[in-house]
Design a protein around this ligand. Structure first.
Ligand code: UT7
Length: 335
């Protein structure tokens, strides 16, 4: 069996900055409320006048990741694309990237695991490389939330949290033992699906029915989140996924060099930091600047941390995520 290691990283966020004060002009919210409850100061939302979409942002991030890996796009064997907001209802984003990057007819797989999408995608890529089936896989997380949020006061509990952006990693075969991805740990508990979801349209209530009902109060096509319920589960499941990952590798929390938590809420990340007694320099957060970018959040944070020199050779890097489904998981990496 082979190992896999990250050979290139890249991210792209739209230029358009939306501050908390900007939001307070379109809905009943305040900078104080948002910062106190979430830590978010601003986020990027696609300016509809630009060509940014979930897939074009993914392409921009992917080009950087491929270039940094030292590979050419034709060296990539497979694409895994994590998103809850593809450009079209179907097909997904992977095939769009294959086309826009003018790649050979390699396979492209979409992962729909929301906030833990990137952790799931990286784990799937790792399995393909371990078995020897592929050598280099492009793993993407990209989201266009702003196109589908309720920007009235009714949606404020969700809308102020989410931002747009994309990140990409090239995962490559590595023949050095003890390097790269050491293990990944994936979980789900579908009984909580309705606590964080977008209900419609779905095959039991398709678009003609929604149009026929013509209900101005229909919220089914906006994301819904039972915030306090999700928060409570997030802190527990984040911790469990990290503990499972460490134990599987006979490691302890003091061995962690860098923790990249999914950027759901700064308060959740701080809770995890305190629980594992990690100093500030060992946890990387950027939710202040980008909000929650769901499947893109971990890969954007990982790339930024790496660009800032916070991740060094041989560091133990832990990625952990929790989100809709519920799904959660961790990936343990020896850099
Ligand atoms: O990424 C996937 C995983 N997601 C998460 O892990 C998110 C977990 N949950 C959270 O981060 C938090 O629950 C939120 C940030 C979403 C909400 O914070 P909270 O402290 O749990 O607030 P709440 O939902 O209990 O709402 C408290 C009050 C309510 O008013 P009343 O009923 O007390 O009068 C809300 O209507 O805050 C009100 N509120 C707002 N006020 C101003 C909700 N959203 C806003 C807002 N601005 N944007």
């Amino acid at each position: 069996m082979y190992n896999s290691k990250i050979s290139g990283l890249g991210y792209y966020v739209p230029d358009n900055i939306v501050t908390n004060n900007d939001l307070s002009k379109i809905m009943d919210t305040t900078d104080e409320w948002i910062q106190e409850r979430t830590g978010i100061k601003e986020r990027r939302w696609i300016d509809p006048k630009t060509d940014d979409t979930t897939s074009t942002m993914a392409v921009k991030a992917s080009k950087i990741a491929i270039e940094r890996s030292g590979l050419k796009k034709n060296d990539i064997d497979f694409i895994i694309f994590a998103t809850l907001s593809p450009d079209m209802y179907f097909p997904g984003g992977g095939v769009r990237v294959q086309d826009m990057l003018e790649m050979p007819t390699i396979g492209a797989l979409d992962v729909r695991n929301q906030c833990s999408g990137f952790v799931y995608a990286l784990s799937v890529a790792d399995q393909f490389i371990k078995t020897g089936m592929y050598k280099n896989i492009l793993v993407i997380g990209s989201e266009n939330h702003s196109g589908g949020l309720d920007k009235s006061t009714r949606g404020r509990g969700v809308t102020v949290i989410f931002g747009d952006g994309a990140g990409a990693a090239v995962l490559s075969r590595c023949e050095q033992k003890g390097k790269g991805i050491l293990s990944s740990h994936l979980y789900s508990e579908g009984k909580h699906a309705r606590e964080l979801m977008m209900d419609g349209p779905h095959t039991g209530r398709w678009i003609p029915e929604i149009l026929k009902e013509n209900d101005p109060n229909d919220e089914s096509y906006y994301p819904y989140m039972n915030g306090p319920f999700v928060f409570k589960h997030a802190v527990t499941r984040f911790s469990e996924a990290i503990v499972d990952g460490l134990e599987a590798n006979n490691l302890k929390s003091e061995n962690i060099d860098v923790l990249i938590p999914h950027q759901a809420n700064l308060r959740i990340a701080q809770f995890i930091q305190r629980k594992f007694k990690l100093s500030d320099d060992k946890v990387y957060n950027n939710i202040m600047n980008y909000g929650n970018t769901t499947a893109a959040s971990i890969i954007i944070a990982l790339t930024e941390a790496w660009e800032k020199g916070k991740i060094k050779e041989n560091d133990l890097v832990v990625l952990a995520a929790f989100g809709a489904g519920f799904t959660w998981g961790s990936v343990i990496i020896r850099w």
